[in-house]
Write a protein that binds this ligand. Structure first.
Ligand code: ATP
Length: 234
């Protein structure tokens, strides 16, 4: 579904991605793990068209989308669930969800999706008229996920969904993300919580200083001595 080849991206003088290649097959959950500043968020931003490629290519369903831009990527079915809550704080929960669906026609399928998201996240249902900025961290993260799902994405890019959440909520978050894959979407998951991501994924990549340095099944990376020493606390 997604094929990235030799992608180079940067910010001014900073070279964030130094030629990365990775593929995400349809229906898979692929994890991208690595340290702070390795280039994980930049990879997701490049896919969703928020950071321009300096060179290399991004193919989505065989189509060259390297310079497509964010609107086009959203239209193609790519949803980006960004790091840190990034909900619209002065809008209600319901209006935040509506923002995720702004490209869709207001038909009965929209009502079904609200119902589905409120069923998955009962906290959001209870707080649907509350301003998003007053939700707890975990609730805002759930809202960000719900908002991404409202676009009925085919590929969901998750950036650090577990960041700053209490351990019991983290577990719930990973269950939800696994469920999104099981419901038929394709997922690219960026996580610092490397063990949980590797445990959940179908395939994984390790990124260090803007380069992919290892790839394999989650189990293979969990068993890798370098990964164990550097990312899994030995
Ligand atoms: P983290 O886990 O800390 O979020 P990351 O792996 O997601 O890290 P990126 O956010 O992709 O890393 O950053 C890669 C590199 O690009 C870092 O050196 C970072 O300082 C730099 N960078 C990221 N965003 C910008 C920006 N807007 N302007 C300048 N440099 C940036």
């Amino acid at each position: 579904m997604l094929e990235i080849s030799d992608l180079v991206c940067g910010y001014g003088q900073v070279a964030a991605l130094r030629g990365i290649s990775l593929t995400v097959a349809r229906g898979q959950l692929v994890a991208l793990v690595g340290a702070n500043g390795a280039g994980k968020s930049t990879t997701l931003r490049a896919i969703s068209g928020l950071v321009p490629a300096r060179s290399g290519t991004i193919l989505f369903d065989g189509q060259d989308v390297t310079r497509a831009g964010p609107q086009k990527m959203l239209r193609l079915g790519v949803a980006h669930c960004p790091e840190g809550r990034r909900v619209f704080p002065h809008m209600s929960v319901a209006d935040n969800l509506a923002m995720g669906a702004y490209l869709r026609a207001a038909d009965s399928s929209l009502r079904e999706d609200y119902a589905r998201i409120y069923a998955s996240f009962p906290r959001l249902a209870e707080r649907r008229h509350q301003m998003a900025g007053t939700l707890s961290g975990g609730e805002q993260q759930m809202l960000a996920i719900g908002r991404a799902l409202m676009s009925r994405p085919r590929l969901v890019l998750f950036d650090e969904p577990s960041l700053g959440l209490a351990p019991n909520i983290v577990e719930q978050m990973f269950t939800i993300i696994g469920g999104i894959r099981d419901a038929g979407a394709t997922v690219l998951l960026v996580e610092q919580n490397a063990f949980a991501a590797l445990d959940l994924c179908d395939h994984a990549y390790l990124i260090e200083a803007g380069r992919i340095v290892k790839a394999g099944s989650g189990a293979a990376l969990i068993g890798d001595p370098h990964v164990r020493a550097a990312y899994l606390g030995g």
